[in-house]
Ligand binder design. Structure first.
Ligand SMILES: Cc1cc2nc3c(=O)[nH]c(=O)nc-3n(C[C@H](O)[C@H](O)[C@H](O)COP(=O)(O)O)c2cc1C
Length: 467
């Protein structure tokens, strides 16, 4: 049987409702009807349902960042808008209805709807009082009466909030019927696949075969490599770090669905693709790069996780020469000054503490998970002290003098210490496997943090509505 949407290209917009998980089944139903689907998500929606699942089912990258370009430089939401035979937004939040009614294109879903000439189908889902509010009703009326969008009204029933009433996402079959009806017998707008967003192929498709997308929606910042502290314009004090461990963490986080920013110092291994790279070759530059990433204008943290795998120099020449120093028989005496301990500084800042450890500002909410590395030679006895002093959640300690461990090797033997006192010595493992083990603990820490934010005394639960 030929599906009712055979040959059609449909944009599926998902917004941040508890009903977002139902969009996975809606995607399946649209595909079963023969539709070629591009998934569009608001950033909130990526917190409710994993983009990896939707990418695997649609065979396309999920478009969740309005400011990202496609690899070939085209603008994703404009391409989808131009090619779509219909755009369906399900579930649509109260917030999204308001943004759409007023043309605020801060997310891919709104931007696509604004840019398209295709019919738009909207299925709201929210708690009953939110849906009944005059603001929401006015926004729905604008979409229906002024924009001509087809509204698939929410159903009445038991809501996840415990309420009984209207607000539940409409039956998925009803939403598919609405898409079919909205398209009617219009001609297919862009039958040529080259005019639609590209399908996944090669390495990206292979990566989807991996299960596990437990960092989707998270922003992970990783530092890698050594630093080069200038003596003069051509000479520097460096170290033996190659960046292998940090790059392995960045790649593993990317493959687990995270948005990754790699702050790269002196790195001799190839840098990964599909991560944002910020170059910072001195300790001072790395400090500036991290402080630049730290806060958002809204006062929240700019990232969820910081893994500080770079070997940052403890000292730098006090007064680097601005011209190449000439060779002299008398030799050269260098005065070195201490670099700031970047991780300890960030550990304080995110907790709103000053240098003395006293409360000095607002702690970050939610607080990012911090992971430090400690390269020791001979004994790991100082590691627990470092963990406490730097106020990190996890400290990965290794004896860099041990065979097969440390700088420039493909393997590492590490001990992971946790802020709660737990300590686990891992066997000699490939650095990528070490990275995965570290990220397993990071995911657990993030989940615990988010759970605590719902109930904890200092992190009040968010106002939510859960149909
Ligand atoms: C657990 C939870 C469930 C939520 N469910 C809904 C919902 O069903 N409908 C809604 O309008 N907002 C809901 N919200 C609030 C939205 O997520 C919030 O307004 C968000 O800013 C919407 O972002 P968006 O417009 O990008 O989708 C929920 C929030 C939480 C924390």
């Amino acid at each position: 049987m030929v599906g009712r949407l055979a040959g059609r290209f449909v944009g599926l917009g998902i917004t941040g409702s508890i009903a977002a998980f139902k969009a996975v089944d809606l995607l399946r139903l649209l595909r079963a009807e023969g539709a070629d689907v591009q998934v569009l998500m608001t950033p909130s929606a990526t917190r409710f349902v994993a983009p990896l699942t939707l990418a695997a089912l649609s065979r396309r990258h999920v478009d969740a960042e309005v400011l990202d370009l496609l690899p070939d430089g085209r603008i994703g939401h404009v391409l989808t808008a131009d090619a779509a035979d219909a755009v369906v937004v399900a579930p649509a939040t109260a917030h999204w209805l308001g943004a759409m009614a007023h043309g605020l294109a801060a997310d891919v879903v709104t931007a696509t709807c604004l840019a398209t000439a295709a019919p738009v189908v909207v299925a709201p889902a929210m708690d009953g009082d939110m849906y009944a509010h005059p603001a929401t009703q006015a926004n729905v009326a604008i979409l229906r009466d002024r924009f001509g969008y087809a509204i698939v009204e929410p159903e009445s029933g038991a809501l996840a909030s415990g309420q009984l009433g209207p607000g539940r996402l409409a039956d998925l079959g009803t939403i598919v019927d609405a898409v079919v009806a909205a398209i009617g017998d219009r001609p297919v707008r862009r039958p040529d696949p080259a005019d639609r967003p590209p399908r996944l192929a090669g390495a990206a498709a292979a990566r989807l075969a991996r299960d596990g997308d437990d960092l989707a929606g998270r922003h992970v910042v990783v530092t890698a490599g050594g630093t080069a502290e200038p003596i003069d314009p051509v000479r520097f004090i460096g170290n033996r770090s190659t960046g292998t461990m940090g790059v392995a963490v960045a790649e593993a986080a990317r493959d687990r669905g995270a948005r990754v920013t790699l702050v790269a110092g002196m790195v001799t291994v190839p840098l990964p693709d599909e991560v944002e790279v910020v170059r910072a070759e001195t300790a001072t530059a790395m400090r500036e790069a991290l402080h630049g990433l730290l806060g958002t204008p809204g006062g929240g943290p700019g990232f969820d996780v910081l893994v500080m795998a770079a070997a940052v120099a403890d000292f730098r020449p006090a007064a680097p020469a601005d011209r190449k120093l000439p060779r002299t028989e008398a030799g050269l005496r260098l005065e070195l000054v201490a670099n700031p301990d970047i991780l300890a500084e960030i550990g304080r800042v995110v907790r709103g503490l000053d240098e003395a450890g006293a409360a000095a500002g607002r702690p970050f909410r939610p607080r990012p998970v911090l992971v430090g590395f400690a390269a020791e030679t001979g004994s790991l006895a100082r590691a627990a002290d470092k963990l406490a002093r730097k106020r990190v959640d996890l400290l990965v300690a290794n004896d860099v003098a041990e065979e097969g461990s440390g700088f420039g090797t493909p393997t590492n033997r590490v001990t992971i210490l946790a802020a709660g006192g737990a300590e686990e010595a891992l066997p000699l493992l490939a650095k990528r496997e070490v990275a995965e083990r570290i990220l397993d603990r990071v995911v657990a820490a993030l989940d615990a943090r988010d759970a605590a934010a719902q109930t904890g005394p200092d992190e009040p639960p968010q106002e939510t509505s859960v149909p």
